[in-house]
Design a protein around this ligand. Structure first.
Ligand code: P1T
Length: 384
């Protein structure tokens, strides 16, 4: 990123970095270079691009924008959030030990336990919430801390700066999955994390029309490892997906304001509702880490979890009755979604592990979209 952009705020960078006028035509939007390969002037003499698994101009422009919005030096785009997480994990070796949060997206838990544990990577899953102290859990082979904050789906908030400080004293890499917040609401690198990872399928893309992932870091050595795996293993997004996700990034800060405003109003509405047992939203005063959330996040985000009064069947019946909220996995799009984590997004976590972690079968998760909040409240009310 040039000095000119360095001085700009994130929302400005999101619109301008990687969107410099195209040199031949002056197009203000980076074109979709839908090409797999590039003609060379002589053998080995390429004009900056050789093959689209390695580099593609549409992807590179988007990757530069990702890094700029995060405030990191390097951005890489992947074919999905899971592909990005897989790349980070592939830098580990048998015998390495990971301290991971105990409330993670079900797919992340599945990747760790069914693919990397059998390869000899050791995991401890811990509740990192609040003023958790990492120190007693660190072993001589601990190489990485993996945290989501707020977590999916229990929205527990952990103190990135505190965890990073303890980890760095022991040369341990801190990775934060910032999918629920996006760089518009929380900046893990500024708080001390080494690596930020995203499912760009969610808020960054923002329109539920692509699946993608991203890694941003300022650590050149780590970046080189990730870039080598990106090129070698090849889980890259196509140019059209990069174009769409880059377009989403440009309106991210605007969307996150409205997601957060709608979600806060919905959380308050649910908290006062007779059919609701408990509401979990980081910017509600009743949230156990409310003070930490207010300090670390610039807003509450668009995700709410709540426990309905009644059993799992009651919860399953309720989520099928909304008319505006679509009953669907995923989150972060303009349209509101409702889901039952125990049956849907977190079904890959065994029932006994879910119970241990406090993931109740009466828990319902909302991704609050950008519709008029009055319509959303009415929809939830009639579904009860
Ligand atoms: O779906 P994909 O783009 O591969 O991203 C995986 C992923 C990673 N990290 C977090 C925090 C996530 O929430 C996800 C995907 N989550 C859902 C599909 C969901 O409904 O929770």
């Amino acid at each position: 990123m040039s000095d000119k952009f360095d001085k700009m705020k994130r929302a400005t960078r999101a619109i301008h970095v990687g969107s410099e006028p195209e040199p031949i035509t002056g197009a203000v939007v980076t074109p979709i270079f839908q090409t797999s390969t590039y003609a060379q002037e002589a053998p080995g003499q390429a004009r900056g691009f050789e093959y689209s698994r390695t580099d593609n101009p549409t992807r590179n422009a988007y990757e530069r924008a990702l890094a700029a919005v995060e405030g990191g030096r390097f951005g890489l785009a992947f074919a999905s959030g899971m592909a990005a997480i897989d790349v980070i994990m592939k830098t580990l070796r048998p015998g390495d030990h990971i301290l991971a949060g105990n409330d993670l997206y079900g797919g992340t838990y599945r990747l760790f336990t069914t693919m990397f544990q059998p390869l000899g990577i050791e995991f401890d899953f811990l509740d990192f919430a609040g003023d958790f102290d990492l120190t007693p859990h660190i072993k001589s082979n601990t190489k990485m801390v993996w945290l989501e904050t707020p977590t999916n789906p229990l929205l527990k908030v952990s103190d990135i700066a505190r965890i990073a400080k303890t980890a760095h004293a022991k040369n341990i890499t801190v990775v934060t999955d910032n999918t629920f917040m996006s760089p518009a609401l929380q900046q893990p690198l500024d708080l001390g994390a080494d690596v930020v990872v995203y499912s760009t399928t969610k808020y960054i893309g923002g329109h539920a029309d692509t699946v993608g992932g991203a890694i941003v870091t300022s650590d050149e050595k780590l970046h080189q490892k990730y870039k080598t795996i990106q090129n070698t293993a090849g889980a890259v997004p196509g140019p059209f997906d990069c174009f769409l996700t880059h377009r989403g990034l440009k309106t991210l800060s605007l969307r996150m304001e409205r997601h957060s405003a709608n979600a806060l109003e919905m959380a308050r509405f649910l908290e006062s509702h007779a059919k609701v047992e408990k509401v979990i939203y980081p910017f509600l005063k009743s949230h156990p880490q409310y003070d930490l959330a207010c300090q670390q996040q610039s807003n509450g985000g668009g995700m709410i979890s709540f426990i309905i009064k009644g059993d799992a069947e009651k919860a399953a019946r309720m989520v099928a009755k909304t008319e505006i909220f679509a009953l669907a996995e995923s989150l972060g799009g303009v349209e509101s979604l409702i889901e039952h984590p125990g049956i849907m997004t977190h079904a890959s976590i065994p029932a006994e592990v879910r119970a241990e972690q406090g993931l109740s079968d009466s828990l319902i998760r909302l991704s609050v979209g950008l519709e008029d909040i009055d319509d959303l409240k009415k929809d939830i009310d009639q579904a009860f």
